[in-house]
Design a protein around this ligand. Sequence first.
Ligand code: UDP
Ligand code: MG
Length: 138
Amino acid sequence: MQRTLSIIKPDGVSRGLIGEVVGRFEKNGIHIAGMKMIRMTQAQAEGFYHVHRNKPFFNSLTRFMSSGPVVVMALEGENIIEKNRKLMGATDPKNAEPGTIRRDFASEIEKNVVHGSDSPESATFEIGYFFNRFEIVS
Ligand code: UDP
Ligand code: MG
């Protein structure tokens, strides 16, 4: 059993895509172990994305991620990190496979609707960033 962090980014929430994204998880039999809507400050978004602090897109990304509410979810299941990344599609929607969330709903690399952890180590950090142990129901 593995866990991963999913975020419906501010563009996904403001465009009314919460149900669409959650529905794809449910249709694929993914267990949502934790879920809430929050709004980050830019400093909180910087802490979340600290691995990208030296990237040219860091400022714009953290401004975007703090621009409105997001839905954070802890997903649980076998091989869930990779499974979620497959459902999301490539970072740049232009390169994402048809039928993926990013290909179907995003049109630019920054505002690409969803986040998903990329490794067990980042999943542990990212879930712990938003959830305490009482907020995760296995
Ligand atoms: N991003 C961006 N420009 C880039 C690469 C990434 O604005 O050239 C943004 C995009 O929102 C992406 C996030 O930064 O989802 C984190 O980048 P990462 O490479 O970790 O992509 P992801 O894991 O989200 O597919
Ligand atoms: Mg990433």
